[in-house]
Design a protein around this ligand. Structure first.
Ligand SMILES: Nc1nc2c(ncn2[C@@H]2O[C@H](COP(=O)(O)OP(=O)(O)OP(=O)(O)O)[C@@H](O)[C@H]2O)c(=O)[nH]1
Length: 418
């Protein structure tokens, strides 16, 4: 006697057994994308991402805002997924409102996180209004007037508020970098997706909408895609946060924390860029070495904190006087350097006089007056190194100090300086 195969999918069954009909495409999709499996894997992935987000938040909470809210949002989504999976074990009037409220809070917290990330107000009023409205809607259309499409529409419209708001911010703060576009495109797709789902639910007859959105192959594909997109968006936000952190660390490694002008390392990088350009375009290059006069006396008489403010003020004056294309750096202590591309020595001298004049005129209330001495060197040949330029500018600066301070001196040509 022939024994029938235990599996529906087993193709190597005895020839005498009656061949069961092949599953239709819809049955195959329903089998492969079963809602419980989708929910289970999504919930598990959300838990893993929540841990990753939270660890980023713990390490860089000062540098990158908003990551914490995304982490808490993922925890809320884990709660939502767990409650959805417990339908059947828990009564619907607990599982459904609980799961929907958690889902709203999860997505809402990501909106709060994105707002904080971009330095905007967190939008707690929108957050609370949306999840409370959703809870009221679901309780009404579940317990008072049961209506699945209306519940689906309410959820979709309220959730799309969160996505559209983030899309607005991503657009306003867009950059040309890939991560910015990736996050924006995902937000646009999610906004469109949730909003059109709400419209579809509203305009369909109850039965059609119910069969489209529940217990059908299409519903399972939609559920799988929506979950995938939500996870992808979390990854995109994490990429955005990492990019921001990278920029902050780069800035820290090339800038002086007190005055926010370049440090020695940043200055050297800028010089190399200018030199690379000079190899294509032959143009003059000058350098100024600027040193505050009798700064020790300022520190001694007014305290170190006031001395720091004077340094910040001098840096601001130099920045204001220099062009966009110039590079200002603080070389530690009370010494600054300014690299002036496309600038001849006479023009550099005029700039030095303007800095000294502006320092005289822009005396800050509460700050002691200060003056600077300046040494100026013009590049003699395109190949002249930064060290050579700096040492000639420094020699001129010493002469300015020796000549009574608060003046500018031009460096001697390299051969004479040697
Ligand atoms: N407030 C403050 N002081 C600093 C900082 N770095 C260096 N200094 C002080 O800058 C002063 C530099 O003094 P000196 O090198 O003697 O030079 P000076 O008093 O400016 O005299 P001349 O350069 O000859 O005009 C020292 O007292 C340092 O302590 C800083 O970051 N903040």
């Amino acid at each position: 006697m022939c024994r029938a195969s235990p599996s529906r999918w087993n193709s190597r069954r005895p020839a005498c057994a009656a061949r069961p009909p092949e599953p239709s495409l819809e049955q195959a999709v329903k089998f492969a994308l079963d809602p419980f499996t989708i929910l289970f894997t999504t919930t598990l992935t959300c838990a893993v991402l929540a841990v990753a987000m939270y660890s980023v938040h713990l390490s860089f909470r000062r540098e990158v805002a908003g990551v914490g809210q995304w982490a808490y949002g993922l925890v809320a989504m884990v709660c939502a997924g767990t409650l959805f999976m417990m339908r059947g074990a828990l009564p619907d009037f607990i599982a459904l409102p609980g799961a929907n409220a958690c889902l709203m809070c999860g997505i809402g917290l990501s909106m709060v996180g994105t707002r904080r990330f971009y330095g905007e107000p967190p939008g707690w009023a929108i957050f609370h209004a949306a999840w409370i409205l959703e809870l009221a809607a679901i309780l009404w259309w579940l317990l008072v007037e049961p209506n699945f499409p209306h519940r689906a529409a309410a959820f979709s419209f309220l959730v799309s508020i969160f996505y559209i708001d983030q899309l607005r911010l991503a657009w306003r703060h867009r950059t040309t970098h890939f991560t910015s576009w990736f996050f924006g495109i995902l937000l646009a797709a999610q906004s469109l997706n949730t909003f059109s789902r709400g419209v579809a639910a509203l305009f369909m007859a109850d039965q059609d909408a119910a069969s489209l959105m529940r217990n059908s192959a299409l519903a399972n594909v939609y559920l799988a895609l929506a979950n995938f997109m939500a996870l992808l968006m979390t990854v995109a936000f994490l990429m955005l946060a990492t990019r921001k952190l990278q920029k902050i660390l780069e800035q820290r490694s090339t800038h002086d924390p007190l005055t926010n002008v370049l440090n020695r390392r940043g200055f050297l990088q800028s010089f190399n860029r200018v030199r690379a350009r000079q190899q294509r375009v032959d143009s003059p290059l000058s350098l100024m070495a600027i040193d505050l006069d009798l700064f020790k006396a300022i520190n001694d008489q007014h305290g170190h904190a006031q001395g720091d403010k004077v340094l910040v003020h001098v840096a601001a004056v130099i920045m204001r006087t220099a062009r966009q294309s110039d590079y200002v750096a603080r070389f530690g202590g009370e010494e600054f350097a300014v690299l002036l591309p496309d600038t001849t020595l006479p023009h550099a001298q005029q700039l030095a006089q303007r800095i000294q004049a502006l320092l005289r005129e822009s005396q800050q209330p509460g700050l002691p007056p200060c003056t600077v001495s300046i040494g100026i060197a013009g590049q003699q040949a395109p190949g002249e190194s930064l060290d050579s330029l700096l040492s000639r500018a420094d020699a001129a600066l010493y002469r300015a100090k020796a000549n009574g301070r608060n003046c500018a001196e031009v460096a001697a040509p390299a051969s004479l300086a040697a």
